[in-house]
Write a protein that binds this ligand. Structure first.
Ligand SMILES: NC(=O)c1ccc[n+]([C@@H]2O[C@H](COP(=O)([O-])OP(=O)(O)OC[C@H]3O[C@@H](n4cnc5c(N)ncnc54)[C@H](OP(=O)(O)O)[C@@H]3O)[C@@H](O)[C@H]2O)c1
Length: 262
């Protein structure tokens, strides 16, 4: 399938590793000129982009730096992928809602919701001019409010709702906005020995490897494997291409059959 994306321009947030890096790589492979942002500029991001910007996207200043740099570097934007999210594992507290203070809620909303709000606001004038496209990376947690760290599912539900709102407002002006909601995907969140998955494994009293091996069973997945970041990258490339021209305001789930409801 020809996605016909060559020569387009894109910003991908949270692009130094994991799903964001795979999205940047998928777009670059299609001939898109990508600017990627994260706090750390990795060699992999440098390879997968025409410019990499170091910025804390949990702050308004960081988002402004990224979008301003991208507009200067690229001359305009056709694609915005708001991927940055999750949060730093060492800052997450697991456990009861009663034990979670405001700072966790606020951190999660800044990174998962406000980063997308700010980046979209800054990029939309150019996206409208070029009849471009936005994809927001949410999570199946948006539909599973009692799963995961307190505040994360709520932040992703807000992001999915925001995505729908702007798809309605800007669709008539030619900007398509969609959401991708992954289930468990093999990024550092799960595989890093110091990541969230390792922390969950320790909290459940099992080794990290054993925990990873039992994820599909424990999460009730229909598939016998978790999703790979590259699969999310391919899906996003399709969603920003003309091949999906009438997909607007959708929430596309890629979760190996974890969600059981329709
Ligand atoms: N993996 C999953 O199972 C899964 C499932 C559903 C949804 N998601 C969502 O998919 C997205 C990507 O997740 P992932 O699994 O690829 O995570 P990851 O491997 O932890 O990668 C996160 C990326 O975001 C960057 N980042 C984190 N905090 C940042 C900040 N404050 N400012 C700028 N960049 C920041 C990281 O780079 P630096 O640390 O260098 O800044 C990295 O490039 C997130 O929105 C997550 O919620 C993931």
């Amino acid at each position: 399938m020809d996605l016909d994306l060559a020569g387009k321009t894109a910003v991908v947030t949270g692009a130094s590793r994991g799903i964001g890096l795979a999205i940047a790589q998928a777009l670059t492979d299609e001939g898109v000129r990508v600017v990627g942002g994260a706090r750390t500029v990795t060699p992999e991001l440098e390879k997968a982009s025409v410019a990499a910007v170091s910025a804390d996207l949990g702050t308004a200043e960081g988002v402004t730096t990224l979008i301003d740099t991208a507009l200067t570097e690229l001359g305009g934007l056709d694609i915005l992928v708001n991927n940055v999210g999750g949060g730093d594992a060492e800052r997450f507290q697991l456990g009861s809602f009663l034990d979670i203070a405001d700072d966790q809620w606020l951190d999660l909303f800044e990174l998962n919701v406000m980063s997308a709000v700010r980046a979209s606001r800054a990029a939309l004038p150019s996206l409208i001019e070029r009849r471009g496209s936005i994809v927001n990376i949410s999570s199946i947690n948006s539909r599973l409010p009692a799963v995961g760290p307190t505040g994360y599912s709520e932040a992703k539900a807000a992001l999915t709702s925001f995505s729908k709102r702007i798809s309605e407002e800007f669709g008539p002006q030619g900007v398509r906005v969609n959401t991708v909601s992954p289930g468990v995907t093999g990024s550092s969140i799960w595989r890093d020995p110091n990541g969230f998955g390792a922390k969950l494994a320790a909290a459940s009293g099992v080794g990290h490897e054993e925990f990873l091996a039992s994820i599909t069973r424990n999460f009730g997945m229909t598939s016998d494997r978790i999703t790979e970041p590259e699969e999310v990258g391919s899906l996003v490339a399709f969603l920003v291409s003309g091949q999906s021209a009438n997909i607007i305001g959708a929430d596309v789930v890629i979760d190996g059959g974890t969600l059981k409801t329709m």
